[in-house]
Structures are given as C-alpha cells and as structure tokens.
Design a protein around this ligand. Structure first.
Ligand SMILES: Nc1nc2c(ncn2[C@@H]2O[C@H](COP(=O)(O)OP(=O)(O)OP(=O)(O)O)[C@@H](O)[C@H]2O)c(=O)[nH]1
Ligand SMILES: [Mg+2]
Length: 330
C-alpha cells in the first residue's frame, strides 16, 4: 500500500531501461584462462566453496560452476557480506537455493572476527569431505578446497579471515574493493593445522553473457563488474530506481534532498552542490570555461554510500525471491 502511495505521489519508474546492454558484458582474458586453470586443478581438491554476495543470493552466480568446476565434488555455498544484507527472507532464500541443489549454505562477514557463520565453514568442509568419495586423493591427510565465485564477493577475504581465525596469521591473499584483484589461480594457502586445511584462491569469473539486464545491474551495483565498464551515472540511476521502488528513502538525507525524486540528474546535481564538487567545463555555446556540478563525483559518492551500507541493509533479489517462492510452494 505504502509503495502505491509513494508511486502515485512521485510517479516512480516501473522498469529500468538500459540503452546499451553491451556495457554489462565483462569476460576479459584472465577469466577464460582462470576457468581453464580451475578445471585443471580440480583433481587436486576435495571440495569447492562457492562464495557469493548475500545481497544477491539468487542472481548473478555463474551457472557454469556447478557443471564445469565443482562436478561431483562436495559444494558449499557461502553468502558473504552478510553485514550489508537484509536477511529477513533468509528461510525463503534457502528454500529456493535448496531447490537448486545447494544443501550446505553459510553466511559470513569477513570484517567480523567473531562471525558465527565463519566458525561453521571448516567443520562442514571436513565433515563433507570425510563422508565423500575422494578418488585419487583418498590417501591424502590434508583437505584441499578451491574457493570460487564471481568477482569481488570476498573470496580472498574469506581465505584471509579463516587463516587469521585458525592460525592467527596475517593476510596471504590480496584483497581490494575493485572487481578483478585475483587474476589467476593461486598457490594453495594453509588456513588450519588440525585438521590440515588448504584453500586455493581463484579469480572471480562471470558468465560470458549476462542476458538479464537487471541482474547485470545488480552485479554492477555490488561491484562485481568494474564501475567504468557500466558507467557510474548508470549504476547510480539504477540504485535510485531500486531505492524508490523499494521504499528506501534514507538517500534523501545523504544526498541532500528535501523529497524523493526518480530523476538522477536532480539527485546528483543537489549532491554535488552539497559536497561542493564542481568541474571546469567548456561552455556549450561560447568558448569560455564554466564551473558545473561534478555529477560523476556525486554518482561515486551515492554508490559508495550504498556499498558501505549507509543506505541500509538490502536484499536486491526480492522480486526473484517472491516469484521463486511461489514456484517452490507450487
Ligand atoms: N562489508 C563487507 N565487505 C567485505 C566482506 N568481505 C569482503 N569485503 C570487501 O569486498 C571487497 C572484495 O573483497 P575480495 O576478497 O578482494 O573479493 P574477491 O572475491 O577475492 O575479488 P576478486 O579477486 O576481484 O574476484 C574488499 O573491499 C573487501 O574488503 C564482508 O563480509 N563484508
Ligand atoms: Mg580475490
């Protein structure tokens, strides 16, 4: 009801249009090479941990992983960045994922050393591997696990967090806020002594064709694609569309607005003024240089506020969840 009132008052968009869908395609050479390396190393691992972003638990995962990477190996799904995710519909999420064949799901926050979900991961690996067929590795004493997922979901952070938890050691895998930090399959990293567990860091791999535009935009919003490929103003516009559509108006205060609007130009201009960010540009008519609000800086600011959690915890897959739950129930 509240949504209908807000929609009728402000005339929010019902759908989001992207002019050029090609901007959502990102499959650079290191991903193809990484995928091949992962397949080659698979015979040396006992289990696969797939990491995904808990804000998009249903969308954006690479469907090829189950077929071409993990195969018959035990497969654990870790939904990371739970500190940024709204988990009110956790049981619905799990019902849909179980239907997809994910029976071992954990939630983690790599920024919290006391995260309860983190404690469950290694014991689950040991239990699953011990009760599964290890093929050529049946004589091995150690547990070897490959960590996979799309870019920037926290694969390397998870390895570091587990290593710090069990061995009290510092970072062994490089981490960064931009997608594509790990660019090839790495040497395995010891994360625990008893039991002896090694994790293998891998590059984030997207599906070569992201056919669902909104799914691509949700991935972009969660920084699984590099911002410059899609364009910060498009990502900011999608964020605005999603926030309005879902009645989340915390952005008003952060962006310096008096009332909601669906016009990204207005939002970014007001924000640029609030931040005092201007750009020197050549005037369209004359040859003079004039100062204009720096919309790109404002878009970066808006997206960063979302990614830091300042706009609130979110579940970007609510729509898929609602339609999938009705299918699961049927
Ligand atoms: N808020 C929050 N941020 C996290 C969490 N885990 C990782 N991050 C951040 O997410 C970003 C990406 O982390 P990485 O560990 O580099 O992700 P990755 O999956 O290895 O990325 P690629 O190597 O690029 O595929 C970094 O800025 C991390 O600090 C988490 O649980 N919560
Ligand atoms: Mg990495």
């Amino acid at each position: 009801m509240a949504q209908r009132v807000a929609n009728s008052l402000y005339n929010f968009r019902e759908t989001f249009r992207v002019v050029n869908k090609d901007v959502l395609r990102w499959f650079p050479g290191h991903m193809g090479k990484g995928l091949r390396q992962m397949q080659q190393r698979l015979k040396l691992v006992d289990c696969v941990i797939e990491v995904h972003d808990a804000r998009i638990p249903l969308s954006g995962r690479n469907p090829n992983f189950r077929h071409t990477v993990s195969g018959v190996k035990p497969h654990i799904l870790v939904l990371n960045k739970k500190d940024l995710s709204d988990l009110q519909m956790k049981s619905e999420v799990e019902a849909v994922l179980r239907k997809d064949g994910f029976n071992h799901i954990f939630y983690s926050n790599c920024k919290d050393s006391k995260c309860p979900g983190m404690k469950q991961i290694i014991p689950a690996v040991v239990k699953l591997v011990s009760s599964s067929e290890r093929y050529n590795r049946s004589e091995e004493k150690d547990f070897s696990v490959m960590v996979i997922g799309v870019p920037n979901v926290g694969k390397s952070s998870l390895i570091n967090a587990l290593r710090s938890k069990y061995l009290g050691k510092g970072k062994a895998a490089p981490v960064g806020a931009v997608a594509g930090i790990t660019r090839s399959v790495q040497n395995r990293i010891k994360v625990s002594d008893k039991p002896l567990v090694y994790l293998l860091d891998t590059p984030g791999i997207l599906t070569p064709n992201i056919s669902d535009t909104e799914m691509g935009l949700r991935l972009a919003l969660c920084a699984c694609l590099q911002d410059h490929l899609v364009g910060v103003e498009i990502i900011a516009d999608y964020l605005l569309y999603w926030l309005n559509k879902n009645n989340k108006f915390r952005y008003l205060e952060i962006m310096g607005l008096d009332e909601p609007t669906d016009d990204i130009g207005t939002v970014l201009t007001k924000c640029a003024v609030k931040l005092g960010k201007a750009q020197r540009r050549r005037d369209v008519v004359g040859s003079e240089y004039v100062w204009r609000p720096d919309l790109s800086a404002a878009a970066h600011y808006f997206i960063k506020a979302f990614r830091n959690g300042d706009l609130g915890r979110v579940m970007l897959d609510t729509q898929q969840l609602t339609s999938s739950v009705s299918l699961v129930g049927s």
